[in-house]
Design a protein around this ligand. Structure first.
Ligand SMILES: Cc1cc2nc3c(=O)[nH]c(=O)nc-3n(C[C@H](O)[C@H](O)[C@H](O)COP(=O)(O)OP(=O)(O)OC[C@H]3O[C@@H](n4cnc5c(N)ncnc54)[C@H](O)[C@@H]3O)c2cc1C
Length: 372
């Protein structure tokens, strides 16, 4: 019987594998891709979609279409557990588990709900990226009837990008006033260093975003953000942006994981225990060198993951993944303004956003083209 390659998630680390899916089929292998949506959204452009710079079609990959056009099988659903001994995966939409010979996991990360005391309708986590579109619709709809209060909880890049882009949305599409509160914990963009922090803060303050620093949020829910000092803020829409954790499928399945719960992989992006399980992106813990949860690493992993999946099916040798040096980050603060940072070069302004927009669109165009 033909060997079966099973992919959980068509995320950023599976782009090259999906683009070359036909090469597996041509060799006589079966390929199945499981994903809860027919589309995969490019997170780097998610805040821009929230702000209205991009239409959802501009920032998503048509995973089902690509898979089916290239001879694979697409399963709409959420992978729930992996049984490495039986070599099968359970999926919420399927009665029977899906068997595999080689498995690759690119199932991303989620925002932990630790501070959320009530899962009420006004809460929109930064992941999945699709939720940002729902949030956009809600803010615009509410603003037809009343002034809207938006709370962003978190002091890191996604919080900053969401706050800036809600401001853009308010200016371009909302009928009544939108007030944005950014609960930044101890200090805005603390981990990114003082220069980036100062540039981001200056831009957001100029836009009228209310930045609250020096105190952490304690509870989110029931239309409120309550801080550790007891202060309480009402909000119509709340974005918890308090960091991400790897998909919990690995801990649920009892596979070896890193301290954050990500699939523990060796230098070949291969499970340290099961040599037919691989992974990439936010859902893995790369044992040789823990990696930041940024799309940059997922993208860099692509060619190695593709090679190693094919090599395992073909029973040839694996390639090592080398994470590479310092990476470029550009934060989208909305209204065409970005903050650029690489090596010692850091600046804010329109040029930074123009560069980000160019890089992001190039990436999207490269992989969206495969559906045609
Ligand atoms: C608002 C925001 C902005 C960001 N901006 C940037 C940026 O500009 N640059 C940068 O480098 N990084 C950025 N990041 C970080 C970046 O999002 C992640 O590092 C990146 O998305 C990781 O890619 P991934 O493919 O591992 O995960 P994801 O992009 O989350 O993709 C995972 C895929 O798996 C699917 N999936 C999830 N669960 C299951 C399941 N159970 N079964 C099957 N499929 C599943 C999902 O539908 C999705 O398609 C940003 C993050 C956020 C939240």
């Amino acid at each position: 019987m033909a060997k079966h390659l099973l992919l959980i998630g068509g995320g950023h680390a599976h782009m090259v594998t999906l683009a070359n899916l036909h090469t597996f089929v041509e060799k006589g292998y079966n390929v199945t891709v499981i994903q809860p949506s027919e589309y995969h959204y490019y997170s780097g452009m998610g805040p821009g979609m929230l702000g209205g710079t991009y239409h959802p079609d501009d920032i998503r990959f048509a995973t089902r279409k690509v898979v089916e056009d290239k001879g694979g099988t697409f399963v709409l659903g959420k992978a729930l557990t992996i049984d490495p001994d039986k070599q099968e995966v359970t999926v919420d939409s399927q009665d029977l588990p899906i068997p595999y010979d080689v498995l690759s996991c690119n199932a991303g990360s989620y925002v932990p709900k630790t501070k959320i005391v009530a899962e009420t309708q006004e809460i929109f986590t930064a992941k999945p990226i699709e939720a940002l579109l729902d949030a956009q619709k809600k803010i615009v709809a509410l603003s037809r009837d009343k002034e809207v209060k938006v709370a962003v909880v978190g002091g890191g890049p996604s919080a900053v990008e969401i706050a800036g882009n809600v401001h853009q949305l308010a200016g371009e599409r909302c009928e009544k006033k939108v007030t944005v509160y950014l609960f930044a914990g101890q200090k805005l963009m603390k981990k990114q260093g003082s220069r980036i922090s100062d540039l981001a803060k200056a831009d957001l303050l100029k836009k009228g975003v209310n930045i609250i620093e020096g105190v952490y949020a304690k509870e989110i829910g029931n239309g409120k953000v309550v801080l550790e000092n007891g202060d309480s803020y009402d909000a119509d829409v709340i974005f918890p942006c308090v960091g991400v954790k790897p998909n919990d499928i690995f801990t649920r399945s009892g596979l070896p994981t890193g301290p954050d719960g990500g699939l523990l992989t060796n230098k070949y992006l291969q499970s340290v225990k099961y040599n037919n399980i691989f992974g990439g992106g936010d859902c893995i813990y790369f044992e040789p060198q823990p990696l930041d949860k940024v799309g940059v690493y997922a993208v860099r992993e692509n060619p190695v993951l593709y090679h190693n999946l094919m090599a395992t099916l073909d029973e040839t040798s694996l390639e090592e993944f080398h994470p590479g040096g310092k990476y470029l980050l550009i934060y989208n603060l909305g209204s065409g303004i970005g903050v650029f940072s690489k090596w010692i070069v850091t600046f804010a302004g329109k040029l930074a956003f123009t560069i980000k927009n160019y890089i992001d669109k190039k990436f999207i165009d490269e992989f969206q083209a495969i559906e045609k």
